[in-house]
Design a protein around this ligand. Sequence first.
Ligand code: CU
Length: 283
Amino acid sequence: MERFEARRAGPAIAGALAAVLVAVLAGTACLEAAPPEQLAPVVVASASDGQVTADLLVRGAAGLSTGRNTIALRLTDDATGAPITAAAITQRWHMAMAPTRHGCPAPDPAGVADEDGLFLGTVVLPMPSAAGAPWGVTLTVVPAQPAGAAEHVLELADLAVAASDRVRLVDGDDGGRYLVTLSFAEGAAANGAPALGDNAYVLTVHTQSGELNYTAVDDATVQAVAEMPAMGHGAAAPPAPAHRADGEYVGAVDLSMPGAWRVTFTLARAGAPLGVVAFDLEL
Ligand SMILES: [Cu+2]
């Protein structure tokens, strides 16, 4: 996974403020213009059990949105103020959607913090938060030191999740229901925009069952097509995305000119077609 870059110096803050100012002045989404690696991680929620504090960070001021989000956790020992740099962490995301509560795909984060003290992870959020239906995440943290350290349960509540156009629900030809999301530039906001040229992307595929339980689909085959519908031409067929882990398929698409693009993915499983999902992109 690409490093979740934390900017510490003043210029990063100034840059972030400038980006926000530009966005306010322009009235547009600055995040679609700023390269993701220039977006500083922002703390979106914190919780403590009196012994350990957990901060949840996402890159960029736009925060969490539907689709695949790269997240980071920062853990601090409350007694000493020292960072915790190794721990077994589980994350259970949940949405209170009356009358039930459901989860979403969220693999366990890394067990060792990066050089910025951040534990990296991802979460695939299928729907935006709404009034009376907030997202939250329950973290269980077992620090690696000292040996036999107690488990800490931390509840991060009332997380805002914005809507994006990067989520599809597909009724598969096999009778299953599939959650498919597309994200660009690992580490970018879930709804981060692609740029002119070659764009790495991550397509996630999960089955959705019962009361919104999700299981990663690791055995799908995916074919990608990129085209400019209004101009009647496509791009050289992008290579088929390759499965990595946790229902993630990684690939790249070359968007060679500005304008409206459509990227279409054809999914199959065990030789049987599942369906087709399309994402419209504006460059
Ligand atoms: Cu929901």
